[in-house]
Design a protein around this ligand. Structure first.
Ligand code: ADP
Length: 194
């Protein structure tokens, strides 16, 4: 199975991706985690990405694609993946599709986690205090939410038009959200197999 998670910063993409990956035996691939690892290891990718992460801006598409190609290809040799944090723009979705369709490994469903903005800010500020994640400060959070609204929300229509979108209320307990996602994915699979 090949899935991706769409949600604003703080919506719980990472947490849900991890749970869903465990449930279906998939590989969880987080673009944000990979970028943070590259920054920490001071790799060539990390040196380019660092300033973008600090500002809460999107890293250029070519860098993202380059970073994800290997992990995604590898996950495809197994049971599949849950991608969290990619694509983040329609351009990224189209670029990924043109690479993946020839290989027969395009995404099958996109999971949208919906959470009210007030909750998002509260969660992110708390995470910043708990983890010291440098982009979880109020100023950068505000910017990341703007980037999400402007650049990422058009993706919802992109996947809705392809009948691949599953929307779930993410403002509930972690396990409740996970179960809704699983139930909805099963429903989508049944619809598509008809
Ligand atoms: P969040 O969704 O909470 O903002 P992430 O950990 O997913 O956090 O992403 C952190 C940062 O990593 C983003 O603000 C951005 O700078 C960079 N990033 C992650 N994924 C992408 C992507 N697909 N395209 C461009 N930049 C990305």
């Amino acid at each position: 199975m090949r899935l991706l998670m769409i949600g604003a910063p703080g919506a719980g993409k990472g947490t849900q991706a991890e749970q869903i990956a465990t449930h279906f035996g998939l590989t969880h691939i987080s673009s944000g985690d990979l970028f943070r690892q590259h920054v920490a290891r001071k790799t060539a990718i990390g040196r380019v990405a660092k300033a973008y992460l600090q500002r809460g801006d999107l890293v250029p598409d070519a860098v993202v694609m380059d970073m994800l190609y290997k992990p995604v290809t590898k996950a495809n040799q197994g049971a599949g993946y849950v991608l969290d944090g990619f694509p983040r723009t329609v351009e990224q979705a189209e670029a990924a599709y043109s690479v993946a369709k020839d290989l027969g490994v395009a995404v099958q469903a996109a999971v949208h986690l919906e959470v009210p903005t007030d909750d998002l800010v509260e969660r992110l500020v708390a995470r910043g205090q708990a983890t010291g994640r440098t982009d979880d400060t109020e100023e950068v959070i505000t910017h990341r939410l703007e980037v999400y609204a402007e650049k990422t929300t058009p993706l919802l229509n992109y996947y809705r038009e392809r009948e691949q979108l599953v929307t779930v209320n993410g403002a509930r307990a972690i396990d409740e959200v996970t179960w809704s996602v699983i139930v909805q994915l099963q429903r989508l699979q049944r619809q598509l197999s008809r």
